[in-house]
Design a protein around this ligand. Structure first.
Ligand SMILES: *[C@@H]1O[C@H](CO)[C@@H](O)[C@H](O)[C@H]1NC(C)=O
Ligand SMILES: *[C@@H]1O[C@H](CO)[C@@H](O)[C@H](O)[C@H]1NC(C)=O
Length: 443
């Protein structure tokens, strides 16, 4: 853990019952509530194109409506990895990582005689496991699936399952070694592959801090850039606008790269960030936004001009979950958590944030390019009273799931996604949630 990161966790726990569903390949859902044990933990959510929120828990994939009720669930044969969100696969399909396998889920087969799930990548019964799956990416435009397997390399598959190519972090071309410049020992791809739809490229980094751009069609390196002088740990976000962004969380740094060369265009600083896998959002105006533990959203214009935003008293707020892009493409949903105690201090060039006891979360819709904030909603509040009566009461709710629900609920009410001015989610009325428990840990 880097020194400047405070170590606290925020969990919104409603109750301690668990739910299980027992319907395979069916759109039916019957809630069985055993009333014992700990609430189920849900994976990082994916907001589907249908506005549903997809998340898995143990051996079940759930599709939630934005009001927190389960639309349907599907039993899986393997326990899914909750640290990886499901990946949208286009046309009723989704990919999930479960027990060192990649599962393909085909919703259109649900309720038919065919199985809705299949092992897309991974061992059959009695076969050796291929190794730890670090990440999956899908290019729906070109119908390709990319899988990074630790120490094995990057594998490209056609959606029907045929292996097209694979590549490791080192290529010998014309007598030159490309990749793992320092040493090939212990050098492997460490990141979730990300796809740049505009460049038809895929980006992946290795354990030495080198970033690769590959053509999605062949195992060919477009370029390799070494960012280890900044850090070996960073996240990569394509702008799909000729730019590529690196967030270096431990240094609280944003780098904008030229997607065609990997050269640095500009760099900027943010406040301290919550997690090593921090993901920013890039909106349709080309602004990149990052939420910081100091309570501010840092938004950079395409040329690197910084604007800082806050919609609540930043003095006692932190932002610990990544913003989400609204369906209009121009606005972002943010969640600021009000804490009952927060201390920021600097030491040796690092900023440390310590915070404890989250009290409320404030969700807002922000347009970074104009600085307009369209609405805000507190949690607990109207929204939570609705959720408290929904199926979600049986799960551990974290702030990223809440933000996904809030954004899905408000987008449902926006009459058109092309509007840059979605309406507030004024749907929910009801009594204040009283079973709300929260806690923070200050280490
Ligand atoms: C739900 O299950 C019941 C009983 O098994 C069945 O009659 C009904 O058709 C199912 N509904 C759907 C939408 O599958
Ligand atoms: C989930 O995936 C991450 C990333 O590959 C891995 O570090 C972790 O061990 C996995 N968890 C389980 C339970 O397999």
């Amino acid at each position: 853990m880097p020194p400047f990161l405070s170590s606290f966790s925020l969990l919104f726990i409603f109750s301690s019952v668990s739910v299980s569903s027992r319907l395979t390949n069916s759109w039916n859902y019957t809630a069985k509530v055993p009333l014992e044990g700990t609430p189920f933990r849900l994976s990082t959510p994916l907001i589907g194109e249908d506005g549903k929120i997809y998340s898995c828990s143990e051996k079940t994939l759930f599709a939630f409506e934005s009001n927190g009720f389960i639309a349907w669930s599907l039993d899986l044969d393997f326990k899914c990895n909750v640290s990886m969100p499901p990946v949208h696969g286009g046309r009723g399909t989704m990919y999930l990582v479960a027990e060192q396998r990649v599962l393909k889920v085909n919703f259109l087969k649900m309720g038919t005689s065919e199985s809705a799930t299949q092992v897309f990548f991974g061992p059959g019964p009695g076969q050796h496991k291929p190794g730890e799956i670090i990440g999956v990416a899908v290019s729906t435009l070109s119908s390709l699936v990319f899988i990074n397997v630790k120490n094995r390399g990057l594998f490209a598959f056609a959606m029907h399952g045929q292996l097209l190519w694979s590549v490791g972090p080192v290529l010998d071309q014309f007598g030159y070694r490309q990749g793992c410049r320092r040493t090939v020992t212990d050098c492997y791809f460490t990141s979730v592959p990300v796809i740049d739809q505009c460049e038809a490229s895929i980006y992946i980094s290795n354990s030495q801090g080198e970033l690769y751009s590959l053509s999605i069609r062949s195992p060919h390196f477009n370029w390799i850039q070494d960012f280890s002088s900044f850090d070996k740990v960073y996240t990569v976000t394509p702008g799909n606008n000729g730019r590529l962004y690196l967030i270096i969380p431990f240094k609280a740094f944003v780098l904008a790269l030229d997607a065609s060369s990997g050269n640095v265009l500009w760099q900027g600083s943010t406040g301290p960030l919550c997690a090593a896998e921090y993901a920013p959002v890039v909106d349709s105006n080309g602004w990149i936004s990052v939420g910081s533990l100091d309570g501010f959203v840092y938004s950079f214009s395409p040329t690197g001009t910084l604007k800082k935003f806050s919609n609540s008293a930043t003095l006692d707020s932190v932002i610990q979950v990544s913003p989400l892009l609204a369906c209009s493409g121009y606005a972002i949903y943010i969640s600021q958590t009000k804490m009952s105690g927060k201390i920021i201090h600097t030491n040796g060039g690092f900023t440390y944030v310590s915070a404890m006891k989250p009290r409320t979360a404030v969700f807002s819709l922000l347009v970074p390019a104009t600085g307009s904030i369209y609405w805000s909603e507190s949690y607990p509040g109207q929204f939570s009273s609705l959720l408290s009566q929904s199926d979600l009461q049986h799960f551990v709710l974290d702030e990223s799931l809440l933000l996904a629900l809030v954004s899905a609920a408000s987008q449902k009410l926006a009459s058109s996604c092309s509007q840059a001015r979605p309406k507030p989610p004024g749907l929910y009325t009801g009594k204040y949630l009283t079973r709300y428990i929260n806690y923070g840990i200050l280490k």
